[in-house]
Design a protein around this ligand. Structure first.
Ligand SMILES: Cc1cc2nc3c(=O)[nH]c(=O)nc-3n(C[C@H](O)[C@H](O)[C@H](O)COP(=O)(O)OP(=O)(O)OC[C@H]3O[C@@H](n4cnc5c(N)ncnc54)[C@H](O)[C@@H]3O)c2cc1C
Length: 407
């Protein structure tokens, strides 16, 4: 008989008074790191502490787009490995993550955008990631619903086409990773908010939760949009992060019409058709930093106007749900992964903005290695916090819409 009260990752475990590692945040990165620590690094006495429920943050709110055509030599390898990991993890976790590599079309509407895309394509190809420039006619052949006429506000001149990208079911990833981590001994504690991180003689010694103190020599702070506030409140660490609200919505289910992920920087729109048939579409971020996760009618109108210019067949289709989440933006649009230096045993992972779903698996793998050995893997070294103090920003502006942290 089905046990309705038992989640996939087992019955809630008893909160122990001591763990070898504590991960703060049951989002994508926390769960992926926990899985790789338990399954691949042999560290099984670990806990993920989540203040609400796993997937409460960006993990359960994102629009599920994955791709590897980032811009810089530091970022592309991480995203490429993450993309390659979806089918591998589907088997390893024995859980269908619903990876659909339908390909991504990043639409281009000006000569300047085409030139910028040329650089992205060259960078991706140089690192073995499939990416091409295609003209508007080819876009239309690939996606007959697309309007390539000159009559719209930003006529489509072509696209950056990235065949291996696509979509993955975001909550399946949360549940699959939780199931995998728990199977190898990790404790997942929901409704367990961390309220303090304690340091003695330069080393992590414990964390405080509303359920009591937990002794541990290692902490990974990976609390998505809340990380910067927690790092400052608990350890006095200032992070160069602005937190902005980003909204998304889905339409009623439709017959298949959007056979690739599309995105447009000019229209500030991206969209994909979920396996249920809904068109999931994401909008621009709010223009000012805030933690509200409120939705606004402005974006419903914006999305409707923008998306129906490019896909006129969607006129009259209804939006069914609308939500928002937090994007923790760094000045160079690249994440911060650091640790085990100023405070021994303290690891940090944040600044994933609106692009942290796609990379979480590879990232979890390398963070787990970092936490287990204390040595930062080469692939993570460029993402250290110190780059901002030295003005060595990455310029990772290959994400689909170019935002600045305070636009
Ligand atoms: C609308 C939207 C669309 C997006 N679309 C995409 C996309 O298409 N592709 C893509 O790659 N990325 C996308 N993203 C970004 C992606 O979702 C995030 O980058 C990703 O979820 C970050 O993962 P995380 O594990 O760092 O944080 P989260 O998933 O936010 O998890 C952090 C967790 O920490 C918990 N927490 C906070 N404080 C505490 C505390 N004190 N104690 C314990 N737990 C705590 C929170 O409750 C939360 O569950 C989107 C984001 C949004 C909001």
């Amino acid at each position: 008989m089905l046990d309705r009260n038992k989640p996939l990752w087992g019955k809630p475990p008893r909160l122990k008074r001591s763990y070898d590692a504590v991960i703060i945040g049951g989002g994508l990165h926390g769960l992926a790191t926990a899985y790789f620590l338990a399954r691949h690094q042999g560290m099984q006495n670990i806990a993920v502490l989540e203040k609400r429920y796993i997937g409460f943050g960006g993990a359960g709110r994102n629009t599920a787009i994955v791709r590897a055509n980032q811009r810089t030599q530091e970022n592309v390898p991480l995203y490429k490995e993450a993309l390659d990991l979806w089918p591998v993890l589907t088997k390893e976790l024995d859980y269908n993550l619903m990876f659909f590599n339908c390909g991504n079309l990043n639409l281009l509407h000006s000569e300047a955008a085409v030139n910028a895309a040329r650089m992205n394509v060259a960078s991706a190809q140089f690192q073995g990631v499939e990416s091409h420039l295609i003209d508007a006619k080819t876009c239309k052949e690939m996606m007959p619903a697309l309007n390539i006429s000159e009559e719209i506000t930003f006529p489509i001149m072509g696209a950056m086409y990235h065949p291996p990208g696509g979509i993955v079911r975001h909550d399946a990833v949360v549940w699959g990773l939780a199931k995998g981590a728990a199977k190898y001994g990790c404790h997942i504690h929901q409704q367990t908010e961390v309220t303090g991180i304690n340091v003695a003689k330069g080393k992590i010694v414990s964390v405080d939760t509303q359920k009591g103190r937990i002794n541990t020599p290692r902490v990974l702070l990976t609390a998505g949009g809340y990380t910067a506030a927690l790092a400052y409140q608990m350890l006095g660490i200032k992070l160069p992060i602005s937190v902005l609200n980003i909204q998304a919505m889905v339409t009623q289910p439709l017959k298949p019409l959007l056979n690739h992920v599309i995105s447009s920087g000019a229209y500030h729109v991206y969209a994909n058709q979920t396996l249920k048939g809904e068109i999931a579409t994401g909008a621009h971020m709010d223009a000012w930093p805030n933690y509200t996760t409120q939705t606004t009618a402005y974006y419903i109108r914006h999305q409707a106007q923008a998306i129906t210019q490019m896909l006129p067949c969607l006129k009259g289709v209804k939006f069914m749900r609308h939500w928002s989440g937090l994007a923790d933006m760094t000045p160079d649009m690249a994440p911060i992964m650091d640790g085990n230096n100023a405070i021994e045993g303290f690891f940090l992972n944040c600044g994933w903005g609106y692009f942290g779903f796609k990379s979480c698996t590879a990232n979890g793998k390398y963070l787990a290695q970092f936490m287990a050995t204390g040595e930062c893997p080469d692939i993570l070294k460029p993402f250290h916090l110190g780059r901002y103090a030295k003005h060595r920003l990455m310029g990772e502006t290959a994400a689909l819409v170019t935002y600045t942290a305070d636009n």
